[in-house]
Ligand binder design. Structure first.
Ligand code: PML
Length: 267
């Protein structure tokens, strides 16, 4: 029987040379036209002004995507940047990442240089990515049609059914499938988007509202990693296609205390 064909479709747009938006997914051949139109529309109608440059890549995958479940999602209702960063610190240090590493990441995400990709840090805070200015971009990931419908329904009940949350959850789910990754910290670089998240396999994808003040244009991602071959990890993040085909629970607000109790861990 012929192998089923899958395509990776990726878009990134900019305005005046500054990154504006990005989107990507893994799709069947018969929806390529619709998705290209949809991604182009998103770039042209962006709320920070329409893009003046759009890059689109449509690529047939040579490898069948690995099917994985999403991380479970919840929100800790943090009130301001201080409490959000404190919560991030507690969650990430509970899986063995040092305070120093989390502080390094928070400082690096605060300095105003938004990298296109993520930082890779060991658990002591030492940067490991080969290109410190660009970081490592995670690509070739998507959601099956059925899982996408389930995700929309689950997030819809929480008032969170939007591309930003969905794409960040898919990315974090791909990243945490790789055992070398212990945790992630993410703050959006969109000045109007103030919710960030941390992710670990033990706690899932934990949203942290108000992690930055409105109007702050910087942000980014840090992946905290341990042991193993960094080159292989980068290859997985950039090239291995992964498709989310099962959606784990998406819950509303949980307290930090509940989340950190061993019995409520979500691995
Ligand atoms: C980004 O990719 O710009 C970061 C998105 C963070 C989403 C946090 C959330 O609302 O779940």
């Amino acid at each position: 029987m012929a192998r089923r064909k899958y395509y990776s479709i990726r878009m990134r747009s900019s305005k005046g040379g500054v990154h504006l938006s990005g989107a990507e997914g893994i799709y069947d051949p018969d929806v390529i036209g619709t998705i290209v139109k949809n991604y182009t529309g998103r770039a042209l109608l962006h709320d920070r002004g329409g893009a003046d440059e759009i890059h689109l890549a449509v690529e047939e995958l040579t490898e069948t995507p690995r099917k994985i479940p999403s991380l479970p999602l919840c929100t800790v209702n943090t009130r301001n940047p201080e409490s959000a960063k404190k919560a991030a610190m507690k969650i990430l240090t509970s899986v063995g990442i040092t305070e120093r590493a989390v502080e390094e990441a928070l400082n690096a995400l605060d300095v105003g240089i938004s990298m296109r990709g993520a930082m890779l840090m060991d658990i002591e805070g030492v940067r490991l990515e080969p290109d410190l200015l660009r970081g490592v971009r995670v690509t070739r990931m998507g959601t099956s049609e059925k899982a996408a419908q389930q995700l929309s329904a689950k997030l819809g009940r929480l008032g969170l059914n939007n591309d930003t949350v969905k794409e960040a959850l898919v990315l974090a789910s791909k990243v945490h499938r790789y055992r070398m990754v212990l945790g992630e910290l993410c703050i959006s670089d969109d000045p109007s988007y103030t919710t960030g998240y941390v992710a670990t396999r033990a706690h899932g994808y934990v949203r942290l509202p108000r992690i930055k003040k409105k109007g702050v244009p910087c942000g980014g991602r840090a992946f905290f990693i341990t042991g193993g071959e960094v080159k292989e990890l980068i290859k997985y993040l950039q090239r291995t296609p992964v498709l989310i085909d099962e959606i784990r629970p998406c819950s509303g607000s949980v307290t930090l205390k509940e989340l950190l109790k061993p019995r409520t861990r979500r691995s």
